[in-house]
Design a protein around this ligand. Structure first.
Ligand code: GAR
Length: 224
């Protein structure tokens, strides 16, 4: 049996994506060990889920450190002490300094609630509705210094229905996000995904488009 991938999950709030990873790992569906859950919010609900699951936690309040670059350096110094193989940003609501990201190139992913490259940043559900879009979704991408701008690995799609508001859309998207993130972490843990200089490779072949994920456990659509 290969060693499970050591994963550190970074969160800022509720932690439902974290819970999905914990559940999938416990069901034996993810060959990972969650080595750490880290947060910039001491009161993040997700930290309580991690504690309940017996996972080490780290909360580092940005107000305790004078400037952004020093905060990021300290956060990553502490995370690195847990020797993770992969960092997963799951609702981590801070932009990270490029200096700390550089050593993690290809080993740090983020889930974002839009069909990137549409709607980087905040209020994605509202922006999709206001634009009159028919499709919405979430994306998982490798993290670079560009906000929500790194190479895309996979996405999930949902239809925007008449009468949807940002809350209804977010609620319908969330379970799909959970499946999407679990799939991406699974593929990385299985060694099927690689970020090279010219883009993302899946099963050794370049991805022309992000993979599309449906339910958890299904094969991705759009494989090369
Ligand atoms: C998720 O919807 C995630 O896509 C989003 O925050 C939420 C966290 O929910 N992330 C971003 O907006 C990052 N730009 P959770 O704490 O319940 O997993």
């Amino acid at each position: 049996m290969p060693k499970p991938l050591r994963v550190a999950v970074l969160i800022s709030g509720r932690g439902s994506n974290l819970q999905a990873l914990i559940a999938a790992q416990r069901e034996g569906r993810l060959p990972i060990e969650i080595a750490l859950v880290a947060s910039n919010k001491v009161a993040a609900q997700g930290l309580r889920h991690a504690e309940a699951a017996g996972i080490p936690t780290l909360a580092l309040d940005p107000r305790s450190i004078p400037d952004r670059a020093s905060y990021d350096a300290e956060l990553f110094r502490r995370i690195t002490a847990y020797a993770p193989d992969l960092l997963v940003l799951a609702g981590f609501m801070r932009v990270l300094d490029g200096t700390v990201l550089a050593p993690w190139a290809g080993r740090i992913i983020n889930i974002h609630p839009s069909l990137l490259p549409k709607y980087p940043g905040l209020h994605t559900h509202q922006r999709a509705i206001e634009a009159g879009d028919h499709l919405h979704g979430a994306s998982v991408h490798f993290v670079t210094a560009e906000l929500d701008g790194g190479p895309l690995l996979a996405c999930c799609e949902i239809a925007i229905q008449p009468g949807d508001d940002p809350d209804s859309l977010a609620a319908r998207l969330l379970p799909q996000e959970h499946a999407l993130l679990c799939h991406c972490v699974q593929w990385i843990a299985e060694g099927r995904v690689e970020l090279r200089d010219d883009g993302v490779y899946f099963d050794g072949l370049p991805l022309e488009h992000p993979l599309r994920v449906a339910a958890w456990g299904s094969e991705p659509v759009g494989c090369p």
